[in-house]
Design a protein around this ligand. Structure first.
Ligand SMILES: *Cc1c(COP(=O)(O)O)cnc(C)c1O
Ligand code: SF4
Length: 401
């Protein structure tokens, strides 16, 4: 069944917690304190399937269970196939480990000159500043360390990491991630941003965060002032399904935008969540309306216990093909595979080019029609007056399918 939605309406959720004061609901510390973190708390609000229950009990050893009331409110409690539910409620599939999977599938630890600082590309570093998040995504790439359920005991060495960046003039781009950097206090975050801004060769600072999605209340005016002060700070948020596009998220994105924070989105292609062209199209349209530019669509990393989320790459390519040309160019993310073992992000694209010779490129457009772009230039001997040929048009077309 094709995914349909009411485009005029921002998703509102199930209307739980209506009995509590709005000031509590809007407080990010209230949201954090009242997270749902175990089976008993979930069962106060919903019936878990046996697979979910088993997954929840296993989560203590894999990746903690935690869901903010705000995000839980978006779950359809009557539908085990709910795309929001699958992202945050563990399932027994997490216990099934495949031979291809690895704890550190991107080889991040080997590329870390300082604990928590991944220097894979020559000009930029990934700075993991915490192992905590507002809620935990069951497919998290860094589940080896995030939430500390696997006793990784992650301790970021801020001072050492900052000194490494200071002493490496080739590092022009610093990406703060984790865990979720926006879980740090304003004071800690401001300290980090101030230190990074003071490094002359650091031109570009960005934050990867799912806080706007899990905990939009955290995007306070005070936090936005910090971004203004140390800007430009770019931000990649992480939205996977149009149902996450609520009025609250839209408002949070607006606060960030008005503070001068350019916003991008990173989605992970997930089975039963967003492995569908109609769902993805609805998502990217919502993102543009929230001032967010779709940036990457990730093929899921080969993390342990993630196979139940894995989507065929051909499906991902088909989704991109269904977007490119069929909708606004700004709405189309770059589909990438992060190369297992640590090769970095590699684009995966539909093939539009059929052939390139010295004479021409033969390619197809979004509708499948074939075209030729001549690479050679043949001077034409003309006598005056010059009559220019009409550019493009039917003559440029070689054949239709
Ligand atoms: C994703 C990533 C980056 C940033 O990559 P961009 O393509 O510039 O967004 C940097 N370092 C590491 C280790 C990464 O995984
Ligand atoms: S927010 Fe990011 S780091 Fe945190 S659990 Fe989700 S994917 Fe992992």
């Amino acid at each position: 069944m094709p995914y349909t939605e009411d485009r005029a309406v921002w998703f509102e959720g199930q209307g739980l917690w209506q009995h509590i004061p709005a000031s509590d609901w809007q407080s990010w510390t209230w949201q954090l304190k009242n997270r749902l973190t175990n089976v008993a708390q979930l069962e106060q609000h919903m019936t878990l399937t046996p697979e979910e229950k088993a997954g929840c009990y296993f989560a203590d050893k894999k990746l903690s269970l935690a869901i903010t009331p705000y995000f839980f409110n978006l779950i359809d409690r009557n539908d085990p196939e709910c795309p929001i539910r699958k992202q945050v409620i563990p399932r027994s599939g997490e216990m099934q480990i495949s031979a291809e999977e690895q704890l550190d599938s991107l080889g991040e630890d080997e590329h870390s000159p300082v604990p928590g600082l991944v220097h894979r590309y020559p000009d930029r570093v990934l700075f993991l500043v915490t192992d905590r998040c507002a809620a935990y995504c069951r497919y998290c790439t860094r589940s080896r360390l995030v939430s500390n359920a696997q006793d990784y005991n992650f301790h970021p060495e801020y001072e050492q990491a900052l000194r490494y960046i200071e002493s490496h003039p080739e590092v022009r781009d610093v990406l703060l991630s984790g865990g979720d950097p926006l879980l740090l206090s304003d004071k800690k975050l401001e300290h980090l941003l101030a230190r990074l801004r003071a490094i002359k060769h650091v031109e570009f600072i960005r934050i990867g965060s799912r806080i706007p999605v899990f905990l939009p209340q955290r995007i306070t005016p005070e936090l936005c002032e910090i971004f203004k002060k140390y800007g430009p700070i770019w931000m990649s948020i992480h939205v996977n399904h149009p149902k996450e596009a609520t009025q609250e998220l839209k408002d949070a994105c607006e606060r960030l935008s008005f503070a001068g924070v350019p916003l991008g989105n990173q989605s992970v292609l997930l089975k039963g969540v967003n492995d569908d062209a109609d769902v993805m199209k609805a998502l990217v349209h919502r993102l543009l309306r929230m001032r967010v530019r779709p940036y990457y669509l990730y093929q899921m990393d080969l993390i342990t216990g993630g196979a139940h989320f894995k989507v065929d790459v051909r499906k991902g390519i088909e989704i991109i093909r269904a977007l490119r040309g069929h909708t606004t160019g700004y709405a189309v993310p770059q589909y990438v595979i992060d190369a297992p073992g640590g090769g970095g992000k590699v684009p995966v694209n539909p093939d539009y080019v059929e052939k390139i010779t010295d004479d021409e490129v033969i390619f197809r457009n979004y509708e499948g029609q074939r075209f030729s772009y001549p690479l050679k230039s043949t001077p034409v001997e003309v006598e005056t007056p010059v009559e220019l040929p009409v550019a493009g048009g039917e003559s440029a077309r070689v054949a239709s399918p």
